[in-house]
Write a protein that binds this ligand. Structure first.
Ligand SMILES: Nc1nc2c(ncn2[C@@H]2O[C@H](COP(=O)(O)OP(=O)(O)OP(=O)(O)O)[C@@H](O)[C@H]2O)c(=O)[nH]1
Ligand SMILES: [Mg+2]
Length: 441
């Protein structure tokens, strides 16, 4: 299970619990400990984090206007972001960048990606091959320069980095120059010596250590070692897409005092982004814009009277109204996890947003009886065909609606017994101006 999924599931257990109290906060903290430790976050960091979350969450002075649930979600988000680091904003200006790191960490790929990054922002870029150890390194970087449209400098077969850099110094006139260096299986004096030579000859503005996320918390130790030896200006964490230890790597680098500059999330040239801890954690938690979401949930919770007779059975009509309500609230998945439901299948969220209009037509072509009982429709091909015809859609569309409905119905059945979820749902429907008393049943 990836980190984001586990974190969302931990949070939704909390937001969906019948009561949000001290006991629930403690259970959430225990769950967070389990999740973070399995992402290889250092145990000490984890305990410090959950201690802070607990203290802040149970602080008697709740911020005005926030319920305990909302407050805790916010605290968890802020503390996680604080643990993962800060935000790097690369200046779009001429500079020299040296990439260094151990074998296979992703240096050469990162050189190509950074070239793409600055090229697509209008600067000219040159790539310099200073990996004099690995025979194919020259061709690999040359290939990436072709792919990204960057200039390429290097001397095939040359073992002296000084000569390569002296040649590049004369010829390379690009705004951004990126030097790729050789890796080694371990941090040793030979590697350090070579890096020092490159450093002297190239005089880079940025010295970025490239680390693969899959080494987890060892990344912190590595960052310190390299920093002490050659002085780092930042760290690039690659392969965050394929590792369950990304949380460990990020938090360890951040606690070592080094700054995470970029993160790599794939093999393609555009799979690199400047690191922004808040954005990163927001995405992990399923709230790309958590501030806005909290605002909305709060607004809805502020609405006073709740409808008294809530119909517990989900019908096609209530289903449709729910989709519509959730859509009004913004990112569907975020809303659902806030309500205490587990992740809504991603494909359904995506689909439902595009299909609302169609669903509306289909449902309006149904008889009252059909709206109340989806089984009537499912069992009858003639009904499906009639509804499709009446709504200007295809029988597949009607069946698609039924399938989506069934999936949500399953979720709904398991959550409707859950008071926390129901209350929120009622408020949400209310906030979206949907009159529950007129719906379904
Ligand atoms: N999934 C994924 N793969 C990556 C990422 N970055 C690099 N890789 C892959 O990791 C492997 C090693 O990448 P390189 O860029 O050659 O690593 P290196 O540090 O230059 O390796 P050496 O020069 O041998 O030390 C390649 O197969 C890359 O495609 C990433 O962010 N995500
Ligand atoms: Mg390489």
């Amino acid at each position: 299970m990836d980190l984001g999924r586990s974190l969302r599931s931990a949070l939704s257990k909390f937001t969906g619990a019948p009561v949000a109290d001290e006991k629930a906060v403690k259970a959430l903290c225990r769950e967070l400990q389990r999740v973070l430790i399995s992402s290889d976050v250092n145990v000490r960091l984890v305990f410090d984090l959950t201690k802070r979350i607990e203290n802040r969450a149970l602080d008697a002075n709740l911020p005005k206007g926030l319920s305990l649930r909302e407050h805790v979600v916010k605290v968890v988000y802020e503390e996680l972001a604080g643990m993962m680091g800060e935000r790097y904003e690369p200046k779009i200006s001429p500079k020299k960048i040296l990439l260094l790191g151990l074998f296979g960490s992703g240096k050469t790929t990162a050189a190509g990606k950074i070239a793409h990054f600055y090229k697509s922002r209008g600067l000219s870029v040159g790539l310099i091959s200073c990996d004099v150890d690995r025979p194919a390194a020259y061709e690999q970087l040359q290939q990436l320069s072709k792919q990204t449209g960057a200039a390429f400098y290097g001397i095939p077969g040359e073992k002296d980095v000084k000569k390569i850099l002296a040649d590049a110094r004369v010829r390379a006139k690009e705004d951004v120059l990126i030097t790729d260096s050789a890796g080694r299986s371990a941090f040793d004096t030979q590697l350090v010596e070579q890096l020092k030579t490159i450093n002297n000859e190239f005089q880079p503005d940025e010295r970025f250590l490239v680390i693969s996320a899959d080494i987890g918390q060892v990344a912190g130790k590595q960052a310190s070692e390299f920093h002490n030896a050659v002085g780092l200006t930042g760290v690039i964490i690659t392969k965050l897409d394929g590792s369950g230890k990304g949380g460990g790597a990020l938090s360890a680098v951040s606690s070592s005092g080094a700054k995470v500059a970029f993160i790599g999330t794939g093999e393609k040239m555009d799979a690199l982004e400047p690191f922004d801890a808040q954005k990163f954690v927001g995405r992990l938690l399923g709230f790309p814009d958590i501030g806005a979401l909290l605002e909305k949930v709060k607004k809805i919770a502020d609405e006073q009277s709740l409808p008294t007779d809530i119909e517990e059975k989900l019908t096609l009509r209530t289903f449709y109204e729910q989709l519509k309500a959730a859509k009004k609230l913004g990112p569907l998945s975020g809303v659902f996890s806030m309500l205490g439901a587990a992740d809504v299948p991603a494909d359904m969220v995506k689909n439902s947003e595009g299909k609302l209009k169609k669903f509306e037509c289909i449902i309006s072509s149904m008889t009252d009886a059909e709206r109340e009982d989806a089984e009537l429709v499912r069992k009858s091909r003639t009904r499906i065909e009639r509804i499709a015809k009446g709504s200007g859609t295809k029988p597949e569309d009607v069946r698609d609606l039924l399938t989506q409905f069934e999936r949500v119905n399953g979720m709904f059945t398991s959550f409707k017994k859950n008071r926390g979820f129901r209350k929120k749902m009622e408020k949400m429907m209310k906030g979206a101006n949907i009159d529950m008393s007129k719906l379904g049943g």
